[in-house]
Design a protein around this ligand. Structure first.
Ligand SMILES: Cc1ncc(COP(=O)(O)O)c(C=O)c1O
Length: 356
């Protein structure tokens, strides 16, 4: 619903569960663009490589490349499909993939499916990452894979340090910036803009389903990379193109994102308020760690009674013993709603356990 709300069992609650960080999913301009594009058809009819491609795709890719400051971008039907397509096209069983333990499931699945040797390193443990790369030196082609902003914890991967390590050991860095795009950086370009890094140094994947409030995934980088993917990424080649409405919505959002500085500022204010800290950057994902699943379900149900819809995240989505409420902030949330949520969160530890 507009204004950061959600309809749940006939009640309208504050929605603190969606990844609609800038409120673009319900923005009137985005809705209008989607409706206009929908007149071209409910679906696209075929894969992009057959007859499903359209000028909307081309313009969307140009706008993403412009925002990311890359030579080109390639749009897939989702972020999940982008990861599957990218890994399958570039990586094979002779290669080594080093994956952060808390990476998103789509990265883990993509790594498993491409058949490479997969090694998982403890969350953000760059010593261990370095150690593994050193042991591998010269044996296999190595890829280091990480979320840019971790989806369940809201912390940042230290990209400059990771890049330095990758360069030292001749590994290629792949960053999934699903939660940084639109939110981080002055223009909302994402993690690389925030860290002041160039896209030439790594491969970046992202999604249009979170801050951009639409649907679709992308890989941004040099033309040689996107050309290779057009010819080799199976999730692109063998899947029907996105419907015009989704492309129209995504295009409108991507055009709006660079200008949404005030929204990013407000989001930062909300995040700092909820976390009671002054640090930058302010990320819209705030986990409230409760440990056990029962306590987390009980806390989520208590918050719903108070008018707040917050997701209870439990294993296997997160490691055992780290069940949590995952609060997702949006620029459309008013300050007082977040103030009330912050004070409710302070009482959560004292709640009785639910028997669900
Ligand atoms: C880090 C990360 N990568 C990829 C995805 C998948 O994106 P999509 O929902 O567009 O398939 C998500 C979303 O859940 C995510 O959090």
């Amino acid at each position: 619903l507009p204004g950061g709300k959600i309809l749940f069992e006939d009640r309208t609650l504050w929605d603190f569960s969606s990844n609609n960080y800038l409120g673009l999913a319900q923005h009137p301009k985005v809705l209008e663009a989607a409706a206009r594009s929908a007149r071209e058809g409910g679906g696209s009819g075929a894969s992009r490589l057959v007859s499903g491609n359209s000028p909307l795709y081309i313009e969307l890719e140009e706008r993403i490349a412009e925002l990311k400051r890359t030579e080109s971008a390639l749009v897939f039907s989702s972020g999940y499909a982008a990861n599957l397509g990218l890994f399958g096209a570039l990586i094979d069983k002779e290669d080594l993939i080093l994956c952060d333990r808390l990476n998103h499931a789509s990265l883990i699945d993509a790594a498993r499916l491409c058949g490479a040797q997969l090694r998982v390193y403890p969350h953000l443990d760059l010593e261990r990452l370095q150690h593994r790369l050193k042991r591998n030196a010269g044996r296999r082609r190595a890829w280091v894979v990480s979320d840019g902003v971790f989806s369940m914890d809201g912390d940042l991967a230290p990209l400059p340090d990771m890049l330095e390590i990758c360069e030292r050991y001749d590994a290629i860095l792949i960053i999934d910036d699903a939660h940084g795009f639109g939110v981080l950086g002055e223009r909302g370009g994402g993690s690389l803009e925030y860290w002041g890094l160039s896209h030439d140094s790594m491969i970046v994947v992202g999604t249009l389903s979170k801050a951009a409030g639409a649907l679709g995934g992308y890989v941004a980088g040099p033309r040689v990379l996107t050309d290779t993917l057009i010819n080799r990424a199976r999730s692109l080649i063998y899947s029907t193109a996105l419907p015009p409405a989704a492309l129209g919505a995504a295009l409108c959002s991507v055009q709006m994102i660079p200008e949404m500085k005030e929204e990013r500022k407000h989001l930062g204010k909300l995040s700092r308020l909820l976390c009671s800290r002054d640090e930058d950057p302010a990320i819209p994902i705030v986990p409230i760690m409760l440990g056990e699943s029962k306590a987390t379900l009980s806390a989520a149900s208590f918050l719903r009674e108070q008018g707040y819809f917050v997701a209870a995240i439990r294993p296997p989505t997160v490691p055992k013993g780290t069940a949590r409420l995952r609060i997702s902030l949006s620029a459309v949330h008013p300050l007082d709603a977040v103030e009330s949520l912050a004070s409710l969160c302070k009482t959560l530890a004292t709640l009785p356990k639910s028997d669900q």
